[in-house]
Design a protein around this ligand. Structure first.
Ligand SMILES: [Zn+2]
Length: 487
């Protein structure tokens, strides 16, 4: 399905839509989730929680969205959380030079070049202003953090540009109080804020976004523990920095140096399992290896998990081996010790980060799930991700059928997200439920009055079966349950 079709469905059915759209000058890059979107987002976060947080015994926190200036001095965001931009000297339009060069040449352009290098590349590719056609030059830097003022004294603070800083800052306290040992993952779901120069493509580039982040803290001398070996045979596709693609088992990737150690291989495999469980075809998932030039100076290895879509490869997760940079910086700037005890050894832990974009993931899952079957539009999203699990319909609006159907709806609502629909033909009601991905519909008909059963119709096979009303709750729980946490 195309980007436009996904956006049309999202808007018409209330998955998501532009923030404050009734006001003409509302800034771009802000989106609201409607009822179906909220439900699907919650379900996806729950899948992430099960496939990563619970499966790996991680610790979850929910940190504040506003953090003091000092945190971002230590983290380096104040000095380097910047994007290049170029302003047209003729019409004043603002662009990202790297994106303009990419669009003109079709080649990936590094995000971390010097400003003058962008100017040279723009001149070489003859890049012009998209609005007025003037030549562009004079790349500058823009810090993407939103600044806020705290209290009457207006102390400087910032909306967090990523969720992970609270995890780093909270690490010494949590390590002590949660009785954990290295290696340990700390996880957080929440909003982050980035004043993007050119937000676009719906949920793909936002100024206010939902992230699900994991920071794995570990002793750098212990990266081949037995627990990591269980993922050695998981197959991943790597896009190497020379542009070639290779598919290999995690264990072989470690031996070949494509992945630095088994700990990292283990977590990459978990991300693969997450998106496979979300319904993305394994062949459409790749791990793009970032070159040294594209990585931060402290990063020892980095992979962008990308999924192929109608708008190209979309980055969903940034996986980054951040070494001891974060804890080292916070330790130095705050004056607090961040070293911990690991079986008698004092260690400043290293960090492997899995920074996942929730909104982008929702977009990608929607696009991958939209199918047509003749005239029929079906959102074939996995039942556990579906915003609604069950539609309950009375066949006709008389003879006691609505009363029984309402009872079926109320009982089902105790265990799954269900809705009641009595308008239009049964065919129309099936069509509406298919379009928003409801995996099952229960119809109360005349037989129901005597047999205490309903027809349960499957969205994907269109097969119908009779199910006892007394067994509908347990049946729905079974049909829509999440994958097992411990497999
Ligand atoms: Zn211009």
């Amino acid at each position: 399905m195309s980007f436009e079709e996904v956006m049309r469905l999202a808007q018409q059915k209330g998955f998501f839509f532009k923030t404050a759209d009734s006001y003409p000058n509302s800034p771009a890059g802000f989106w609201d989730y409607g009822p179906l979107g909220v439900s699907m987002k919650n379900n996806f976060v729950e899948l992430w929680r099960r496939m990563l947080v619970k499966r790996d015994g991680m610790v979850e926190i929910d940190g504040s969205q506003i953090l003091p200036r000092a945190v971002f001095e230590a983290s380096g965001h104040l000095s380097s959380f910047t994007d290049p931009f170029v302003q047209c000297s003729k019409c004043g339009s603002v662009f990202r030079p790297d994106k303009l060069i990419e669009e003109k040449t079709g080649r990936q352009t590094p995000e971390k070049l010097e400003d003058v290098e962008y100017d040279k590349l723009m001149a070489d590719a003859d890049v012009k202003c998209l609005k007025c056609g003037a030549r562009l030059a004079g790349t500058k830097r823009f810090n993407m953090m939103f600044k806020v003022e705290v209290g009457a004294q207006q102390e400087d603070a910032y909306l967090r540009p990523e969720t992970c800083q609270s995890i780093f800052v909270d690490f010494p306290l949590l390590f002590k109080t949660q009785r954990v040992k290295l290696p340990v993952g700390f996880a957080q779901v929440g909003r982050s804020f980035r004043n993007e120069i050119a937000p676009r493509q719906g949920l793909i580039r936002l100024r206010e976004l939902n992230q699900a982040e994991v920071e794995v803290f570990f002793n750098p001398k212990k990266t081949d523990m037995a627990k990591f070996g269980v993922k050695a045979t998981e197959r991943l596709t790597f896009l190497k920095t020379d542009g070639s693609t290779t598919e290999m088992a995690v264990g072989d990737a470690v031996k070949a140096g494509v992945v630095p150690n088994m700990l990292i291989g283990y977590y990459l495999a978990m991300i693969m399992e997450l998106y496979t469980a979300a319904g993305i075809e394994p062949t459409k998932i790749r791990f793009r290896m970032l070159s040294e030039q594209d990585r931060a100076f402290y990063s020892k290895a980095a992979y962008d998990v990308e999924v192929s879509t109608s708008v190209g490869w979309v980055e969903l997760v940034a996986c980054n081996y951040r070494s001891d940079y974060d804890l080292g910086r916070h330790s130095k700037v705050s004056g607090t010790s961040f070293t911990v005890d690991d079986e008698g050894e004092k260690v400043l832990p290293h960090v492997f980060e899995l920074s996942l974009g929730v909104d982008r993931s929702i977009y990608v899952i929607l696009e991958a799930s939209m199918k047509t079957d003749g005239d029929r539009k079906v959102l074939q999203v996995r039942p556990y991700l579906a915003p609604m699990k069950l539609g309950v319909f009375p066949l006709v609006n008389k003879d006691g059928l609505p009363e029984l159907a309402e009872k079926v709806f109320r009982d089902a609502s105790d265990v799954v997200d269900a809705y009641y629909d009595d308008s239009g033909s049964i065919g129309r009601r099936y069509a509406r439920s298919d379009e928003v991905g409801t995996p099952y519909c229960a119809t109360v008909d005349y037989d129901s009055l005597t047999s205490s059963s309903v027809t349960l119709r499957n969205r994907d096979t269109k097969a119908q079966e009779r199910v006892k009303i007394s067994e509908l709750q347990s049946r729905m729980l079974e049909l829509t349950k999440f994958p097992s946490i411990f497999g």
